[in-house]
Design a binder for this molecule. Structure first.
Ligand SMILES: [Zn+2]
Length: 238
């Protein structure tokens, strides 16, 4: 297995919400894409791990990913612990992704910022020749951070206008998270589906507007972008 793009995140549905449109767009370009959920989302208030696995499978089909797996880190206890890093490194050696998308390194939910660190350190370890781990040493070429929900300045934005509707369906595939059962409808804890829909639309439009398109997804990279041709730069200035 050799992936072009692998998105890693803490919980099933995180990737759909932050970079689902970009993953689909890359698959449509012919790249092999994948999603690695660090946990099975078993601490979620709603839905069993089995339901979430089914929903994750459906979302993966909508986003046309070539591979989706779960690392088996305990939900709500994502940490850059040695054993998790080693498992992740083994997975990276198997999947050999050219580009890895991680969550941004600051977040409200500890699982999200720990997922960022765990992801980075797992990718680093995977390249160490002396590591007592099976598989050929390998390090991804590029690491990108998905910043949708953190409001951080992005390095670039991907136009996902043509992918937005499918991304929306992939997110709504997680029915157990967003569709209240009868007994839950009056509770305040539920992020009702119409609110989620409105919020997704607002975020994607906000970022799309910054590059002059309808819908966008923002990313940050630690390196600067190299440019060959300043005449071919997209996005109008005035
Ligand atoms: Zn999450």
């Amino acid at each position: 297995m050799k992936l072009d793009v692998l998105a890693i995140a803490a919980h099933p549905d995180d990737v759909e919400l932050t970079c689902g449109g970009t993953l689909l767009k890359m698959a449509q370009k012919g790249y092999r894409t994948g999603i690695l959920d660090l946990t099975a989302g078993e601490m979620g208030t709603r839905g069993t791990p089995e339901t979430r696995a089914k929903e994750a499978g459906k979302a993966a089909r909508i986003l046309k990913v070539s591979w989706r797996g779960t690392l088996g880190v305990p939900d709500s206890d994502v940490q850059p612990a040695r054993q998790h890093k080693m498992r992740l490194a083994a997975q990276i050696r198997e999947l050999r992704p050219h580009t890895v998308i991680l969550p941004y390194w600051e977040a409200r939910h500890p699982d999200h910022y720990h997922a960022s660190t765990l992801g980075y350190e797992g990718c680093f370890l995977a390249g160490l020749k002396q590591l007592a781990l099976d598989g050929e040493p390998f390090r991804p070429f590029k690491i990108l951070y998905a910043t949708s929900f953190e409001g951080m300045p992005a390095s670039f934005i991907v136009d996902i206008t043509k992918q937005y509707e499918a991304r929306r369906r992939a997110i709504l595939a997680y029915g157990s998270q967003f569709r209240p059962g009868k007994s839950e409808r009056k509770q305040k804890v539920f992020l009702a589906i119409d609110q989620l829909d409105a919020r997704m639309d607002l975020m994607a439009r906000h970022y799309g507007q910054m590059i002059g398109v309808r819908y966008g997804e923002p990313f940050l990279q630690k390196e600067l972008m190299a440019v060959e041709d300043v005449v071919a730069l997209p996005v109008r200035s005035i």
